[in-house]
Ligand binder design. Structure first.
Ligand code: AMO
Length: 433
């Protein structure tokens, strides 16, 4: 036996060690007992390694080790054309790192993952181990890194905002209420108020974190908790500056996918989009006209978004389309009106392959405008007192946006349901695992 301090070799690096004694560590991915030998596939964070076992004692040991048991394997690396990666490990000694694992509900060693959504979600702790599921999350993780890196490069400061708040930010209807030491409180629907507040400190900020929406409908694109990639920047001229910042973030997210998650893209056959230097942008009125909706329609329905996605692809060869100028009545009170016609706003939604992925825009930045906007909506000022006070202390013209991470990943991989790409979805029916 080698000393326990022998460095670990990852499956992906085995080919660099032909002829060497190595120590692998990972999970029993698959065992296949033939007449004279047993094939063992070990999975670690880097991929799969094939081990060929001929020793009878070791074969018997393997018979008792269910798939997903954790083990260490010491053996010699040898070239083998027929093995994955062109190498395999022979003369193996196996050490069990824990009790044998219970058999997973889904056969993780099969290349495809043939399970219903409830099974995938109920058994998330093991189904996420499937290489295709891992690959989905690698795309999400790379995207978050790309978002952060792009904004760091553009001198934004990352902030961490409270998730328990005293007032709803987006609308009263979809907010979770809770008891905060005897006082009413809410789970944050977005970091909106705090990111605007911090523009007053750092000019440019971003926040990556969970937000909560009490969504009573179980649609394929809504979660009760999702990950919001938020940014806010000061000293903008209007929402077009915000859209340009968003464009760079998307490009950075895709760049990070290219460098961090190349294997995942390949395994899933992901169609990675290109972000045009200028994202095609149309006014809300034009969007209604294009989809043949009445011109007093206050919002775009999912089928309108799908149709617009098809139009952007056909007309501009773009997977992305920005719709600007949404009606004031449909946007949050903090939204800046369109200067030449206050029925519309300096806001936008960004559609990605025909699904709303981002909302953003220019905000009001004058205290008096906020008071007027809330009064016009017949809303009480009291819940917003501390927020409103910020606008008496010197806040520049500003704007920002929020990307829904799960929607992004779902559209990237063409998932039919956002829950497929969410580690532990939270919705009307699901609070565990
Ligand atoms: P909005 O409410 O439009 O805007 O949300 C922004 C983006 O978040 C995603 N999203 C969701 N994803 C999954 N489940 C949900 N229930 C859900 N709700 C929203 C979408 C959406 O485009 N404060 C503003 C943003 C801003 O102006 O900066 C806001 O929260 O991808």
């Amino acid at each position: 036996m080698q000393s326990p301090a022998q460095p670990r070799t990852l499956a992906r690096h085995l080919a660099d060690h032909v002829g060497d004694q190595v120590r692998l560590a990972g999970w029993v991915h698959r065992r296949r007992r033939l007449a004279a030998l047993t094939f063992l596939v070990v999975r670690d964070r880097s991929g799969l390694a094939q081990v060929v076992v001929r020793d009878e004692d070791v074969r018997r040991q393997l018979d008792g080790l269910g798939e997903e048991s954790t083990i260490e394997v010491r053996g010699t690396v040898t070239s083998a054309d027929q093995a994955p990666g062109g190498v395999e490990v022979i003369d193996a000694v196996i050490e069990e790192l824990g009790a044998p694992a219970q058999t997973p509900v889904v056969a993780l060693w099969r290349p495809g993952l043939d399970a219903t959504l409830p099974i995938l979600l109920d058994h998330a702790a093991t189904t996420w181990r499937h290489p295709r599921r891992q690959a989905v999350w690698q795309l999400a993780a790379a995207s978050m890194r790309g978002f952060r890196d792009t904004l760091h490069r553009a001198h934004y400061t990352e902030i961490a905002t409270p998730k328990v708040v005293a007032a709803a930010t987006e609308s009263g209807a979809s907010v979770f209420e809770l008891d905060w030491f005897g006082r009413p409180a809410y789970l944050a629907q977005s970091p909106q108020f705090y990111k605007q507040t911090m523009v007053g400190v750092f000019e440019r900020v971003f926040d990556v974190g969970p937000v909560f929406r009490a969504e009573p409908h179980g649609t394929a694109r809504h979660l009760a908790q999702y990950t919001s990639l938020d940014a806010e920047l000061g000293f903008v001229h209007d929402h077009r500056d915000v859209l340009a910042a968003l464009r760079d973030c998307l490009a950075g997210m895709l760049e990070a996918i290219g460098s961090d998650a190349e294997q995942a893209v390949e395994l899933l056959g992901t169609r990675v989009p290109e972000v045009p230097a200028q994202i095609p942008t149309i006014h809300f009125r034009e969007a209604l006209r294009l989809v043949g909706a009445p011109d007093d329609e206050p919002d775009l329905a999912p089928e309108h978004e799908r149709a617009l996605g098809g139009w952007a692809l056909a007309e501009h060869g773009s997977d992305f389309l920005a719709v600007e100028g949404y009606p004031a009545a449909k946007r949050a009170f903090y939204t800046h009106p369109q200067p030449d016609d206050p029925r519309w706003t300096n806001s936008f939604d960004l559609l990605f392959r025909g699904l709303e992925l981002v909302s953003g825009g220019q905000r009001l930045h004058r205290y008096d405008d906020y008071i007027r906007a809330l009064e016009l909506r017949g809303e009480s000022l009291a819940p917003y007192e501390t927020y409103l006070d910020v606008f008496r202390r010197g806040i520049p013209p500003h704007g920002g946006f929020a990307v829904g991470l799960e929607r992004w990943t779902a559209q990237l991989v063409g998932a039919a349901n956002i829950r497929e790409v969410t580690l532990f979805p939270r919705d009307l029916h699901r609070l565990t695992p």
